[in-house]
Design a protein around this ligand. Structure first.
Ligand SMILES: O=C(O)CCC(=O)C(=O)O
Length: 241
C-alpha cells in the first residue's frame, strides 16, 4: 500500500495516526479493505459497465484532512483516465463511497456532468500558491462556464462514474477528516496501451519515479507493468489485464 500525506505537512514533522495520512493507495492486498471491492451491492452496478469479468485496477482510501489554510486539501478538476494505460474507457468505472456525511463544507466531489463524452484533455500541476499534492494534476483548458454539480452524500452512498468525467473535490473547511473509499474497476477484456509519446507520458514518469524511489522498481518500468502488477481479479476470469 502507498501511504500519502498532505503537502502542507513538513517532511520532518511527526504527526500521529489519522492526522498523518491523507490517502492510502493500492490496498488490493489488504483483506479487510479489499472486501469493499467485492461487495455485491457495488458489483451489481459495476457489472453493467464491465460485464461479468471484473478487475479491480486501482484502489484508494481518502482521508481528506482539515485544510491548513493553504487550500492544499482541494483536488483539482481532472479525468481519471490520465492514470490508466488501458482501454476502452467505456469499460472502466469508478465506485466512490462516502464513509460519512460529505458536503461542500468538508470537500465533497464536484463533477462536470456530460464531460465524459469528450476526449482526454491535457493535464498539469495547477499553479496554486499554497502548493499542490503529488500527482494531483488538473485540467488546464476546461470551459469555466460548464455547470458544476456538488455531490452531497450520506455515509454509505456510492457514486459510479466514467473515467473521462471531469471531477475534483473542494477544500475541507471543517476540523474532521473526510473519509471516502473507492475502486476503479475495468472489464478483464480491456487491453493495455503504450502511453509513451501521449499526454499520459507524465503520469508514467511520475508513477514509475515514485515506484523506483519507494520500492526500487527499475526506472524503465512501464505504466502498463505497474498496472498489471496492482490489478486484481474480483469476479469471473482474468483475460487481458
Ligand atoms: O476523494 C476526493 O477528494 C477526490 C478523489 C479523486 O478524484 C481522485 O483521487 O482521483
Amino acid at each position: 500500500m502507498m501511504i500519502m500525506r498532505d503537502v502542507s505537512i513538513a517532511k520532518s514533522e511527526y504527526i500521529p495516526s489519522e492526522r498523518m495520512i491523507s490517502k492510502i493507495q493500492d490496498f488490493q492486498e489488504d483483506k479487510e479493505l479489499f472486501r469493499y471491492c467485492t461487495l455485491p451491492e457495488i458489483l451489481k452496478y459495476v457489472e453493467c459497465f464491465t460485464g461479468p469479468n471484473i478487475m479491480a485496477m486501482h484502489t484508494m482510501l481518502i482521508n481528506k484532512p482539515p485544510d491548513s489554510g493553504k487550500k492544499t486539501s482541494r483536488h483539482p478538476l481532472h479525468q481519471d483516465l490520465l492514470y490508466f494505460p488501458f482501454r476502452p474507457s467505456n469499460k472502466i468505472v469508478c465506485a466512490w463511497t462516502a464513509m460519512e456525511h460529505i458536503d461542500r463544507n468538508n470537500g465533497c466531489l464536484c463533477v462536470l456532468p456530460g464531460t465524459h463524452k469528450g476526449p482526454l484533455r491535457p493535464h498539469d500541476y495547477p499553479q496554486w500558491e499554497g502548493g499542490v499534492n503529488l500527482m494531483f494534476y488538473g485540467i488546464q483548458d476546461y470551459d469555466e462556464k460548464t455547470p458544476r454539480m456538488h455531490l452531497v452524500m450520506e455515509k454509505g452512498d456510492t457514486v459510479f462514474f466514467h473515467p473521462l468525467l471531469i471531477h475534483g473535490s473542494g477544500w475541507n473547511r471543517t476540523q474532521g477528516y473526510r473519509k471516502a473509499i473507492s475502486c476503479h474497476f475495468a472489464s478483464a477484456d480491456c487491453h493495455y496501451i503504450d502511453v509513451k509519446g501521449t499526454s499520459q507520458d507524465v503520469t508514467e514518469r511520475d508513477i514509475v519515479g515514485i515506484g523506483h524511489k519507494l520500492y526500487g522498481i527499475p526506472k524503465d518500468t512501464s505504466l502498463k507493468e505497474v498496472s498489471r502488477y496492482r490489478a486484481r481479479l474480483v469476479k469471473g476470469r482474468r483475460i487481458n489485464l
